[in-house]
Design a protein around this ligand. Structure first.
Ligand SMILES: *Cc1c(COP(=O)(O)O)cnc(C)c1O
Length: 458
């Protein structure tokens, strides 16, 4: 008999969690104005809000934290982290920041100006926010296949290179860089192929432009290149990662994802002029250049996490769990962005709650239903997140309307996946009876999803 698959780690420390009653959840979600960001974490049983900063650190990461050098300037921990990042990515210059959006803020303060255009593949919400708040435009050039959730494509995160070239030609002189998000979070945690990264590089070189990788899940992207792209099956994850970054001029990193730390980020580049620009903003926004919002111990844990998570076994365990949840949803016929992405399952709410009008936010409605059903906290990646057009102030209903179930790294077991799938099945079975969603009673002018207040629309 062939032995079944099992995790490449064992558990040394546990944290109790508790299932609530239906009645408790009804009250809590009402008090949270039907916005799961406003719930207390203790009111949640299985927390799939995000895979950001929610992973379990390893014994080696915890041990490394004891070695943190907390010197204000020139700490050994900074140089350890810098050396690891250079070894893994090839970028010699590293500017730490407290998280990914801070890396964007620091670098974009130097590079992005009013009237600029930044083409890329489904810019992440904070990335888009940092571009639009500087009165520049983020132009999405993701391949059209990404918009059809039921279509199987191995690299749905890819950039449409022809479209990219059109945008570049139409905006000559206004493009500070091209941004490629690996993996493409907003399109469903979908990977970008090495071939596509090479094509983007080729276009950039032809127009004398630079390429920035928004790299939060670069290791997961490398895993998909290894397992799906021809010619990479025998290459190590670290070799693939080096090749990927050889095609970029720099990276912004949310270390809360693929470095498996609770907080941290950085900018890395090979260009002194980018670094010089970033340093001007790093000091006032983040802190001195060798800590930038991180403790020495955080930088030690980050270095170990990056090293561990660019090994195949760790990634294989993780992606296998995401695919296990996908296989349960397949069994129940529940539609999600296919194939399953790296860090999450993106359930297609528009196909499930087809009776809820888009003006009443079907994916948000499904998010609230899942919480009511089993205390599971997912996250709307849909019309509320898409926010309003900065010019017309109209809701943007042209994208996908998804419920994201983000799986924290090394945190839950496959039994939890079974509970999640069963809860979704119960909702799926009664989907015809859900005909109304929510209307907005209050929203912030930028990144409204965190604080938006809602009320039932019926
Ligand atoms: C999380 C994320 C960011 C922002 O990073 P934070 O650490 O949350 O500030 C930027 N881009 C992508 C693709 C992300 O997933």
């Amino acid at each position: 008999m062939e032995l079944p698959f099992a995790e490449s780690w064992r558990i040394k420390m546990v944290e109790p969690i508790r299932m609530s009653t239906q009645q408790e959840r009804e009250q809590w979600i009402r008090e949270a104005h039907y916005n799961v960001f406003q719930l207390k974490a203790e009111q949640v049983y299985i927390d799939l809000l995000t895979d950001s900063g929610t992973g379990a650190m390893s014994d080696r990461q915890w041990a490394a934290m004891m070695m943190g050098d907390e010197s204000y300037a020139g700490a050994r921990s900074y140089y350890n982290m810098r050396d690891t990042i250079e070894r893994i990515t090839g970028f010699p210059i590293v500017i730490p920041t407290h998280q990914g959006r801070a890396a964007e803020n620091v670098l974009f303060s130097a590079l992005v100006h009013e009237g600029d255009v930044v083409p890329g593949n489904s810019h992440f919400d904070t990335t888009k926010g940092h571009i639009e708040s500087r009165k520049a435009a983020a132009v999405d050039c993701t391949i059209a296949e990404a918009r059809d959730t039921q279509l199987e494509h191995p690299f749905k995160g890819n950039v449409d290179v022809a479209r990219l070239e059109e945008v570049i030609q139409a905006n000559a002189g206004r493009i500070p860089f091209i941004i490629v998000t690996i993996t493409n979070n907003t399109a469903g945690g979908q990977p970008v192929s090495m071939e596509n990264l090479r094509q983007v590089r080729e276009v950039a070189d032809r127009y004398g432009l630079r390429v920035l990788f928004d790299s939060a899940r670069f290791a997961e992207n490398a895993y998909f290149i290894k397992t799906r792209e021809e010619g990479y099956a025998d290459r190590t994850i670290k070799e693939i990662v080096r090749e990927m970054f050889s095609l970029a001029d720099g990276m912004t990193m949310s270390a809360k994802k693929d470095a498996i730390v609770n907080m941290g980020g950085f900018i890395a580049t090979r260009h002194e002029d980018w670094a010089e620009g970033a340093r001007r903003y790093s000091v006032p926004f983040e802190g001195y250049l060798t800590y930038g919002g991180m403790n020495g111990r955080d930088m030690e844990a980050l270095a170990v996490g990056l090293d561990e998570n660019t090994e195949f076994d760790n990634l294989n365990t993780r992606i296998h769990q995401v695919q296990y949840l996908a296989s349960k949803l397949d069994e129940y016929g529940i539609p999600y962005q296919r194939p399953a992405g790296g860090h999450a399952i993106f359930v297609d709410a528009s196909l499930i709650l087809s009776k809820v009008p888009k003006e009443e936010f079907p994916a948000q409605t499904l998010t609230v239903e899942l919480y009511r059903e089993a205390g599971i906290r997912g996250c709307e990646i849909g019309y509320i997140l898409a926010d309003r057009d900065p010019v017309t102030r109209e809701n943007r209903f042209n994208g996908l309307d998804l419920l994201r179930l983000a799986i924290p790294r090394r945190t839950y077991t496959d039994n939890h996946m079974d509970v999640i799938a069963a809860a979704l099945k119960n909702i799926y079975d009664r989907r015809e009876s859900i005909t109304h969603g929510f209307r907005i009673t209050w929203e912030a002018p930028l990144m409204r999803h965190f604080t938006v207040k809602l009320e039932p629309a019926d």
